[in-house]
Each structure stands twice: as C-alpha cells, then as structure tokens.
Design a protein around this ligand. Structure first.
Ligand code: INI
Length: 156
C-alpha cells in the first residue's frame, strides 16, 4: 500500500504539454503504467493532443530519451516509465542505479520536472500489484507528481 497520495484537488495545469517516455522491456507492465499515467493526465484536463509519447527499448535508455525530449523546449514536464524486475544477476542493480541517476540528472540539468515512474521490484507479482487499474498504479502516481510540479512552479 502506497503511503503517499499526491494532492489531486488543485492543479494549475491549463495548456500544459507533457511527454511520456516509456520503456518496452517488461512491456505488459509498462503499458499498464502508461495507461495509468494517461488516465490521470486526461482526468486533470490535459488534452490528448498535448501528450506526446516516445517508446524506448529499456529503462537504461530512459534518461537520454528524456533529455532529448526536454531539449525540444516543448514540454512542461516529462514522465519516465519503466519496469526493472530483479533477476539472479547484478544487472538489476546496474540498470536501476544508472536509470535513477540519469533521470535525476536530466531533471536538474534541464531544469524541468521529470517524474520518476520506474518500478523496481523483486518479482512479477509485485510489478503487477503496482501497475493495475487502481490508485496503486505507479504510472498514475508519476503523472500526478508531474502535474503537481507544473502547478507548483507556476506559482513561483
Ligand atoms: N531493462 C528494463 O527496462 N527492465 C529490465 O528488467 C531489464 N533487465 O532485467 O535487464 C532491462 N534491461 C535492458 C536495459 O534497460 C537496456 O535496454 C539494455 O541494457 C541496452 O542498453
């Protein structure tokens, strides 16, 4: 059970343009994260025509793709979605840590909200639990976080 719910009531996001970058690895999970993110954006009044989607091979490719999207200067926020499931090798740790570091770096370097929607789980069951059609969906959570950050920065 998630301990955090974004403040859903009061977003100032009219006209916002958002890029979603989604990894194809574990695609059955990441497509559900994408559905969750799109649901949340549309529910908060973001026009479908203001949401652009870019698919990349795996989580490791997310940071560079987010950076490319940021540098178009088109978007108010970017949402990065991926899923890394722990296997028997250290590969999991390398992919997770580099993806996490890279996404954080893009946000700071590009001065843009980049929401971190990377599921990192021990097994498929945990990944399914966090990508279903409910408020535990981490894609939805990432989208709400992006909206909150856009809204917050408009107040500054
Ligand atoms: N990429 C993922 O998105 N999830 C994974 O679980 C995963 N595992 O387990 O290896 C994964 N690896 C691929 C990686 O993200 C890159 O696409 C690849 O290394 C090529 O750069």
């Amino acid at each position: 059970m998630s301990e955090y719910r974004p403040d859903e009531g009061s977003f100032n996001v009219g006209g916002a343009r958002i890029a979603i970058v989604v990894a194809r690895w574990n695609g059955n999970i990441t497509e559900n994260l994408l559905n969750g993110a799109q649901r949340a954006l549309v529910r908060h009044g973001i026009a479908e025509s203001d949401i652009d989607l870019l698919r990349v091979p795996g989580a490791f490719e997310l940071p560079l793709a987010c950076q490319k999207m940021a540098r178009t200067g088109t978007y108010d926020a970017i949402i990065a979605l991926g899923c890394v499931i722990r296997g028997g090798t250290p590969h999991f740790d390398y992919v997770c840590s580099e993806t996490t570091r890279g996404i954080g770096e893009v946000a700071l370097n590009e001065n843009l909200p980049v929401a971190f929607g990377l599921l990192t789980t021990d097994n498929l069951e945990q990944a399914e639990d966090r990508s279903g059609e409910n408020h535990e969906n981490k894609g939805e959570e990432a989208a709400l976080t992006a909206l909150e950050m856009i809204s917050l920065f408009r107040q500054l």
